[in-house]
Design a protein. Sequence first.
Length: 132
Amino acid sequence: GPRREADVTDLGRDHPTEVLAAEEALRNTIRQILEVLGYTVAFAADSNDLLRLARETSPALVIVDAPSRTETTAADTIAALRAVLPNAGIILTADVPSGAGRADVTALVKPFSLADLATIVRRSLDARAGSK
């Protein structure tokens, strides 16, 4: 069947097409801005794919998107991610500023501007570079 986005389908049960389209647009925008800033970007289809990518590529920064109804899933994913990437920056985009209740996660509240995204990405990566 078609590839389903693990966390988007739950959020978008009433309007799946629009939510998926919005997600796709957001992803493309994030990819463009980060590539312009000189970063290489990879997207994961779901949390398992994310952990596989994390192990294979050891990224400096991971952005996890958490639709409001999957907050606990995000926390589980981040805990697993942290085990694989002890020093990576982790940004959690969500409807509420929780950061999954973790001090080592930067919260980015939706909706956010591209300037917000660029600033927080730079800050996260600079902090990591400085702490090595």
